[in-house]
Design a binder for this molecule. Structure first.
Ligand code: SF4
Length: 446
């Protein structure tokens, strides 16, 4: 059971020396209770207090690191809901490869699963290798080839027995793969993982996972991943939700680990949907049996969305952006510096091949309507942004007419008075821009 701030305070030296970087012991105790600090940061805690604080001071869900060169860190989450606090460690999205596949070709396909969205690269960051050959040496050869081709991408090694896993685990030990023996880890695999310091999957229902996790922990393995086995979406969501709740709300240590789940649907669209659900609902790693970009993209977008800090929207620099080499007669569009808004406008303008300038007004990363409602995207703010950008100096007489989003048409009159220029009301959605730029703009500047 977690200790309260006051209970933790009573175990501290209470000298208020400030050596922990916090002015008082009480303030430090409150930070430990809310998982924002670790009691190790106080250098004066006695051994006896350490023992008592141990359980309370540890994060409710263990951090597990897979891979070395580009490590995947999962777990260490503290809440169920993003409105309480952000989620910290984005889940891994893995593509399943069988050791009977053309491994070189698969590796090329996995490498290509990389996309750019709202100015960020989103990509597959994990690979899961399954022993389908029934031969440990074949698996080892495939594991080695995949590891080389994918430059150390974190790997999950899956096989039906510890004997089949042993050769690959030995060959890749320095790359820190996650070991998964189907049906749950045998004593032999627990021994192998403990002696090689590798993370391990425990598989089964909640009871079995908790029991095996305890057994593995007693053997000295700290980094464990919980898995429900091959289950459908309903059971999968139940497992992920219950384990997350047990860790973060009940402080139930035997289930205080991140989870791994394999998408079971054979239909690729259903696979994509199932993967999105798992990403949204607490999975630490999601394994998909497809390498088709159209089915992988949705869970990658879901992951990008859910792991963004809701307190800090993703934003672009507030400035003028030039698209398709505009000249002094090109249109001048206004939007906010919320990444999704800016990139929606940029994408449509760029795709239409029309030259234009886009002014991203600083709205602290909020969208057009939100910023307008919060008084951050009104005539005064836009006027200031135009003046600061100097964009009118780049435009010819008669072309200094900003195009504002149709959603804020209501500010056009006042903005026009503020800047002393005509203001054009553009389409409501960015998707209307190609048509506007092609058909409306030429008529307006005639
Ligand atoms: S370092 Fe320890 S004793 Fe000093 S203020 Fe912090 S918690 Fe208190």
């Amino acid at each position: 059971m977690a200790l309260t701030g006051l209970e933790i305070y009573m175990l501290l030296p209470r000298t208020n020396c400030g050596d922990c970087g916090v002015p008082t012991c009480l303030a430090f105790a409150m930070k430990v209770a809310s998982k924002q600090a670790s009691f190790d940061e106080c250098p004066h805690v006695t051994d006896e207090a350490k023992e008592k604080l141990g359980a309370a001071g540890a994060p409710p869900q263990k951090l597990v690191t897979i891979g070395v060169e580009k490590p995947l860190k999962i777990g260490n989450e503290t809440v169920m809901f993003r409105h309480d606090e952000k989620f910290y460690n984005p889940c891994g999205i893995a593509v399943l490869v069988r050791d009977t596949d053309d491994v070189a070709r698969k590796a090329q396909k996995v490498k290509a699963l990389s996309f750019e969205r709202i100015g960020q690269v989103i990509e597959v960051d994990t690979v899961a290798l399954e022993c389908a050959s029934g031969d440990g040496e074949t698996m080892k050869a495939a594991a080695t080839e995949l590891n080389q081709s994918l430059a150390g991408m974190p790997m999950v090694l899956i096989a039906d027995s510890s004997e089949l896993l042993a050769a690959s685990a030995g060959a890749l030990a320095a790359s820190r793969p996650l070991l998964w023996e189907r049906g749950g880890p045998s004593d032999a695999l627990i021994e192998l993982a403990a002696s090689s310091g590798l993370p391990l999957v425990v598989e089964g229902d909640l009871e079995k996972c908790a029991a095996d996790a305890q057994k593995a922990k007693d053997a000295g393995i700290e980094e464990l991943v919980l898995c429900p086995g091959d289950v459908g979406p309903k059971e999968g969501l139940q497992f992920l939700t219950i384990t997350r709740r047990a860790a973060t709300q009940k402080s139930y240590r035997p289930l205080g680990y991140p989870s791994l789940i394999r998408v079971t649907s054979e239909d690729p669209v259903a696979q994509s949907l199932q993967a999105c659900h798992y990403v949204y609902k607490y999975a630490g790693i999601v394994i998909m049996d497809t390498d088709q970009p159209e089915y992988i993209l949705a869970p990658l977008v879901a992951r990008q969305s859910i792991y963004i800090d809701p307190q800090r929207p993703v934003q672009v620099e507030a400035k003028i952006y030039e698209v398709n080499e505009p000249d002094e007669k090109s249109p001048f569009l206004i939007t906010t510096n919320f990444s999704l808004s800016y990139y929606s406008v940029f994408g449509e303008v760029d795709g239409s091949r029309a030259p234009a300038r886009i002014l991203a007004v600083d709205t602290q990363g909020t969208s057009v309507l939100t910023a307008w409602a919060a008084d951050a995207f009104g005539p005064e703010q836009i006027k200031k942004a135009i003046e600061k950008s100097g964009v009118f100096d780049q435009l010819a007489e008669g072309y200094r007419r900003p195009v504002i989003p149709g959603l804020v048409a209501v500010i056009s009159g006042e903005l026009s008075e503020e800047i002393g220029q005509e203001v054009i009301v553009g389409p409501q959605e960015a998707s209307g821009l190609p048509r506007f730029l092609k058909n409306e703009w030429p008529k307006l500047v005639g």
